[in-house]
Design a protein around this ligand. Sequence first.
Ligand code: SAM
Ligand code: SF4
Length: 331
Amino acid sequence: MALIDSFRRRIDYLRISITDHCNLNCGYCMPVFSDRPHLDHSEILSYEELLRLAEAAVGTGISKIRITGGEPLVRKGMVEFCHMLGSLPGLENLALTTNGVHLAKMAHSLKTAGVKRVNVSLDTLKRDRFEAIAGRDKLDDVLHGIREADAVGFHPVKINVVVMRDVNDDEIAQLAALTYQHAWHVRFIELMPFQHARFGDYRDLYMPIGTIIKRIPHINKAHVGPALATNGPARMCTLPGAKGKIGFIAPMSWHFCGSCNRLRLTADGKIRTCLFSETEIDVKRPLRTGATKHELVELLRDAVKAKPRRHHLSRGLRPDLVQRAMHAIGG
Ligand code: SAM
Ligand code: SF4
């Protein structure tokens, strides 16, 4: 019953975007306001529809689901939804990606609902800079959220840092140093090009992972590169004496397409075969017109068959390749 694609990759991971709405406004993710057609509630899949699809997926070899968005914690009822998802027989890992703004007050109930892993986005430790990147002064809430997630037993809390030249690249060492005090995983991510992102010219902002790594004092260079332990797309290592780990996710420099194991479901019910491919398979209409579980499984198989071998973004860094904004795909 496994899902195997045309390049013999086993697909066992589904990322579900439950909303395209967000309480932040990150310049690398969100389009300018006039350009941002947020979905109406009736256009997004209901929890009942999402569960039907998830049940079909889990019965067909998906063993890990990640909830994302937009900002997943802003959708009403998401904890109850996580609880229902977490109870699906065969689902081994339920994870969440969040900006952390509401995490402090929700961490405990998310844990109780069966969420096993939490990734939190944090690009800076400076309040004014946080506001400049994300549009709102919420750094303290996010830090509180990370500490609370740790306290209720999400181990390790994973922190995602998108590095941008002349925006936050001067904080790489300080963010990596968080791992000396905390058993967190701090993962540095190369900026990816999205056509509608509000921030300026992608080519000015992009910083390759090789340059990011050089900014980290005491890193054992011998561990960097293909020899680093891989953990999904992240390559991980430990700074000497640190409690936590640092990691690198380099979709541009070291594309990890050869080991890609995922499908994405957008909030409006399209399965995307790759973050950077415009191929989408509609499941909303079938879900709303009474598709059987068997028919849903067939749609998942079609999506898996349509997965491309790899993305070609690094060939010339063309930001026009991706039509949907990141918040509307589900990062
Ligand atoms: N709102 C949640 C959050 O921020 O974690 C979940 C959705 S967000 C789209 C998922 C991840 O995508 C975040 O870690 C964010 O930093 C990342 N992201 C968004 N736009 C990006 C871009 N242009 N390049 C690299 N990462 C990006
Ligand atoms: Fe919202 Fe996450 Fe996009 Fe920032 S990266 S605007 S928090 S969806």
